[in-house]
Design a protein around this ligand. Structure first.
Ligand code: OXD
Ligand code: MN
Length: 646
């Protein structure tokens, strides 16, 4: 991204492909001659030198008309809300307090995994060696040259006529030894508003930064040709969207999309992709996990972290209202955990985020009453439906919103009637709410040292074969369980249909480096000095022969967590099976459940199913990791097959 490099690339491109690139080159030179930049907010001279250098480089490249250095204040936020509301980009949800609804371009509604790249000198540092002829499903690599070319081509002059916003932000509580700082440059006001919710953003972060290093984040919604605009209120460039990460320089560059997962660069790009590479270097873990605290009636409290693929209920579990009497759940985070062993060998976790970017459809007072409370104020909704009485609506609210006499506008802005064959809201529509609005936020959620983790859960949507809960036999086996996660596809990314996808550690879209090395990193946590949490696999989604869920889920999942807590406390409530430990009959509390769940069916382990599962997992590893698969994983497959074949 160095401007000389970019100039050189443009010259090269113009020479090699005169018709295609010559104009870009000329425009760039011209931009450089005529460009003027007005700083409309903040003072560029007061920026730390490294930040100033970064901004100047990006200004030279993107050619914005104005620069706004964000201070993160309420006043700034209100002004930006007004700008967007005046333009009609967001509309006030008057029934709620300080809540807003944005409708995106229909082509910009989810993460785009196929257009997300990790850029390293050596391809092997980013993605494992796959079998010849097999397109790796564990990330996409880009060479530094190709990234430089893409950046030059996409970003040159892309902010002309627009304002560039500079956002200093902290992932994790400002000043915590576990936190990290990023600087995002963006041309989207929606991104500024959302980043202020999802991260600690503003002046306090800049003060703390001093002249230290930070993750460089450049984002633009892009400059499509006018005919590509389907929704002029939501500029984006879906055909050319690219999300690029350069772990060796702690750099993120995102072009063409305003959708959260692609544009709020603190979240998936920094906290997971770049975060996992920093974590590898520094000896800790950056994971796609919720963090929550469970307190028993006797006052004993355990924290768990849980990795489920997108849209498998992390937010619901993190904010659960337990149906078991006397139990309490408190939320630390619903999506990302940064975890590190402390001096005493205890694994401690912080939530690097400051808010929730949750999936709206399916959220209601039954599935997640706490989320319903959380979204009542200071929330930005995206791609849900609106009602004529100033409210919002999505699939899942049928039983609690009376739509009689109301007019409904669907997520596209068209009139919608209940029962219509189209959905009112996009399957990946979201709420973006500050964590402090969550009524069950854990008192230690911002503890700089993090909370102690007793158990790590893995899971996914598995309608068939996979029991409600099982405990891994040991750490290595637990790493194998994490590496083997499979789940039904959801609408968080571009995939369609109900296929069962591999999603190792629920991190498949978020690995910042070679997955083989990632497994090794997890295995390396097994040290004498470190007290390892127990590892479990849970599946709330098993179905019976009638196609109905066998387990009620939601608040009743507390019953499973209660069993997990008893295992963490060393209680003898489990029996060993070939795939791990499952609850001894009668030890998982199901009293009061009506109908009584079929526990036999829920915990059944069909050896044939698991042998087939093992064959599928081995095939996946062989095709996608080949020689990068650590021997320990091959040993686990062999041992599990032997146990199943007895
Ligand atoms: C998310 C996701 O947005 O995982 O959290 O897609
Ligand atoms: Mn997520």
């Amino acid at each position: 991204m160095n401007s000389n490099v970019i100039r050189r690339i443009l010259v090269d491109l113009a020479r090699s492909y005169p018709s295609q690139y010559h104009q870009v080159y000329l425009n760039t030179l011209q931009n450089q001659q005529v460009r003027t930049l007005t700083v409309v907010h903040g003072q560029i001279d007061q920026l730390p030198q490294k930040v100033k250098d970064f901004v100047e480089e990006c200004v030279e490249l993107c050619c914005p008309d104005k620069l706004h250095i964000c201070d993160g204040s309420e006043e700034e936020n209100n002004n930006l809300i007004k700008v967007l509301a005046d333009k009609g980009v967001i509309n006030q949800v008057t029934k709620l307090e300080n809540c807003w609804l944005a409708r995106t371009n229909p082509k910009d509604t989810a993460r785009v995994e196929a257009k997300t790249f990790i850029c390293t000198e050596e391809k092997h540092d980013a993605v494992p060696r796959s079998k010849p002829g097999v397109q790796s499903k564990l990330g996409h690599w880009l060479s530094p040259d190709d990234m430089d070319k893409a950046v030059a081509e996409l970003f040159t002059g892309c902010m002309k006529g627009r304002t560039m916003f500079l956002l200093p932000y902290s992932m994790g509580p400002i000043g915590s030894p576990l936190s990290k700082i990023g600087i995002q440059l963006t041309d989207s006001e929606y991104v500024v508003l959302s980043m202020r919710i999802m991260t600690r953003m503003g002046q306090a972060v800049m003060k703390h930064l001093g002249n230290n290093d930070f993750v460089k984040c450049l984002h633009s919604v892009g400059t499509p040709k006018s005919e590509r605009h389907e929704n002029p209120l939501w500029p984006c460039d879906p055909e050319r969207t690219m999300i690029m990460h350069r772990p060796d320089c702690n750099e993120i560059v995102s072009y063409g999309s305003g959708y959260g997962g692609n544009s709020l660069l603190g979240k998936k790009c920094f906290a997971l992709r770049i975060g996992s590479t920093i974590a590898k270097r520094e000896g800790w873990l950056a994971e796609h996990m919720l963090i929550s605290g469970f307190t028993r009636p006797d006052g004993c409290k355990f924290y768990i972290t849980a990795a489920f693929p997108s849209q498998c209920g992390k937010t619901n579990l993190a904010m659960m209202t337990p149906t078991l009497k006397g139990y309490k759940v408190e939320c630390v985070g619903d999506d990302i955990a940064w975890m590190r062993f402390d001096k005493e060998g205890v694994l401690r976790a912080i939530n690097p985020e400051n808010g929730f970017f949750g999936v709206a459809p399916g959220t209601n007072h039954e599935s997640n009453p706490i989320a319903m409370e959380t979204v009542k104020k200071d929330t930005i909704f995206t791609n849900v439906a609106s009602t004529s009485d100033g409210g919002v609506y999505w699939e899942g609210l049928e039983k609690e919103v009376d739509l009689t006499h109301l007019k409904i506008c669907d997520w596209l802005g068209y009139e919608w009637t209940p029962g219509s064959k189209n959905l009112s809201s996009h399957g990946n529509s979201r709420f973006c709410s500050p964590a402090v609005n969550c009524p069950i936020l854990d008192h230690a959620w911002e503890a700089p040292e993090g909370v102690p983790v007793s158990a790590i859960l893995f899971g996914g949507r598995r309608p068939e074969g996979v029991p409600l809960v099982y405990e891994a036999l040991n750490w290595k086996h637990g790493v194998f369980v994490g590496a083997s996660i499979r789940s039904e596809a959801t609408s968080a990314a571009e995939f369609k249909g109900k296929t069962i996808m591999h999603d190792p550690f629920a991190m498949r879209p978020f690995f910042g480096y070679n997955f083989g090395k990632y497994i090794e990193h997890w295995l390396s946590m097994e040290k004498k000095s470190q007290k390892l949490p127990k590892i479990f696999h849970v599946n709330w989604f098993r179905k019976g022969k009638d196609g109905k869920f066998l387990w009620p889920g939601f608040g009743d999942n507390a019953r499973v967590i209660e069993w997990i807590m008893r295992r963490c406390a060393g209680e003898d409530v489990a029996i060993e099976t070939p795939i791990g430990w499952i609850p001894k009959p009668g030890t998982l509390h199901i009293e009061g459940l009506n109908p009584t769940p079929n526990m036999e069916e829920l915990l059944k382990i069909d050896k044939k199913f698991f042998l087939d599962e093992l064959t599928e997992i081995e095939k996946y590893f062989d095709e996608n990791l080949t020689t990068d698969l650590p021997q320990a994983m091959r040993d686990e497959i062999k041992a599990q097959r032997e146990r199943l074949s007895k």
